[in-house]
Each structure stands twice: as structure tokens, then as C-alpha cells.
Design a protein around this ligand. Structure first.
Ligand code: FMN
Length: 220
């Protein structure tokens, strides 16, 4: 059963969630999320799709004042790092495909596919991913990492919390400071908490400038 504290009595409409999400850079320092709450948000976020369902995302959750202070200069002193309840380092596991046995095995246990099919899928997945050039593997991992990150931000908003994704950090320093092995690729940081000030409105390109039916325009 969900233990998340809903700020709304009813679940917000999906349109309110996607229109209400904004990058929030000022947080109410008095609002903290429990580790259980953060794990529940992550559980919903990880319902995101991933290539071959390999789910290569991993999350390093920084929720102590001391470690957030350590992270702040690595993220070019962005104030949301220390103000937010937690900062989630979204990582991609370059060896995540080894979990294919566990993933497909569980699907077989649940009756989603026959055991033999699960074994074949797992072997094939490990063989394909294991022989990919580094660049191709990383592209898949970044794509999956982006999908789960966006889902996490929407899930957080749906539960009344705010986020900001951050690419502004020194990845090498992050890996060194938090002893993150090279096996894991940093994808982005996501600050999570409750807004003290709403994110500022932003514009979007008109859809007719970016969407084309059936044929792309010639390059200018
Ligand atoms: C990959 C990525 C990296 C970003 N890096 C930062 C960052 O380092 N610091 C920051 O304040 N905002 C960062 N942003 C937030 C964007 O500025 C923001 O999403 C954009 O201006 C649109 O605003 P909105 O999120 O409120 O719709 C980043 C967004 C993305 C998707």
C-alpha cells in the first residue's frame, strides 16, 4: 500500500501534472521526504520503458546535509542542491544487461512468458548488448536514463513535489567525490523537494515549426 503523503485529496489530472511541472530552483528547506517516500517515487518512475526492458538506470540518492554540501560545488554551486530535500544522481549501468536473467526469469515466474523463452531472451540480450561498441551501448543507456528521469519528474509532480533536472555539474569530480565506479555513467542530477518559489514560466516552439508529417524539410 502506498505510504506517500498526497498533498491533494484526489490524484491530479494528467494534464495538470504535465502543465504544472516546472524546473524549480528554490526549495522549502523545511520539507523533507522520507527514504520510503523517495523509493515509492522511484518505483513509479521505473515503470518507464527501456531498451529490451534492461532498466540500466541506477539512482544514488543524496539526502544528508553534509553530502549535499559536498555536491554543491561539483554542481557549480547551484543553490537547489542544498535547498532541495534530496538530489538524485541518475546513473546508467554499463553492465546492467547482466540482469537480463533476473528480469526475464521474473517474467517467467509471473507467467508473462514461458521459461524457455525467458532463457532464450536473456541469453540473446546478454550476447547482443555485450558485443555492442561502447558508443552504441552508451547511446541506449542515455536514452533509457532520459526516459526514467522525465518519468520521475512527472511522478514527483503528481505527488505534489517539485524537481529540476541538472546537467550542470562536473561528472569527473562527481564520480571521484562519491566513489562512483566507471561502470556507471552519470546521466543527470535531479533535485527533489517542495517549491519555496514556483519555477518561472518557459516557452515552447510552435508545434508547426517542429513537427512534420511523412517528410522532413530539406536542410537549409
Ligand atoms: C538535460 C538537462 C539539463 C539541465 N541542466 C540544468 C542545470 O544544470 N541547472 C538548471 O537550473 N536547470 C537545468 N535544466 C532545466 C532547464 O533549464 C529547463 O528544463 C528548461 O529551461 C525548461 O523549463 P521547465 O523545465 O521549467 O519547463 C536542465 C534541463 C535538462 C533537460
Amino acid at each position: 500500500m502506498s505510504t506517500l503523503i498526497q498533498t491533494e485529496t484526489q490524484s491530479p489530472l494528467f494534464s495538470e501534472v504535465i502543465r504544472g511541472r516546472r524546473s524549480v530552483r528554490q526549495y522549502d528547506k523545511s520539507v523533507r521526504l522520507s527514504r520510503e517516500q523517495i523509493k515509492e517515487l522511484l518505483s513509479e518512475a521505473t515503470l518507464a520503458p527501456s531498451s529490451s526492458n534492461i532498466q540500466p538506470w541506477r539512482f544514488l540518492i543524496i539526502d544528508t546535509e553534509e553530502l549535499k554540501e559536498q555536491l554543491q560545488p561539483i554542481a557549480y554551486n547551484q543553490s537547489q542542491i542544498s535547498e532541495a530535500a534530496a538530489v538524485i544522481v541518475v546513473l546508467g549501468d554499463t553492465e546492467g544487461y547482466y540482469k537480463a536473467d533476473q528480469i526475464y526469469g521474473e517474467a517467467a515466474v509471473r507467467g508473462y512468458m514461458p521459461e524457455e523463452t525467458a532463457k532464450t531472451f536473456a541469453e540473446r540480450t546478454k550476447s547482443i548488448y555485450g558485443s555492442l561498441p561502447k558508443e552504441a551501448l552508451h547511446k541506449i543507456i542515455y536514452t533509457d536514463g532520459g526516459l526514467v528521469s522525465q518519468q520521475l519528474m512527472l511522478v514527483a509532480r503528481a505527488h505534489g513535489y517539485d524537481t529540476v533536472p541538472m546537467g550542470g555539474y562536473d561528472a569527473a569530480k562527481l564520480q571521484a567525490a562519491f566513489e562512483i565506479s566507471e561502470r556507471y555513467i552519470p546521466i543527470m542530477l535531479i533535485a527533489l523537494g517542495k517549491a519555496a518559489k514556483p519555477g518561472h514560466p518557459t516557452t515552447r516552439l510552435p508545434i508547426d515549426d517542429i513537427a512534420y508529417f511523412n517528410e522532413m524539410p530539406a536542410a537549409e
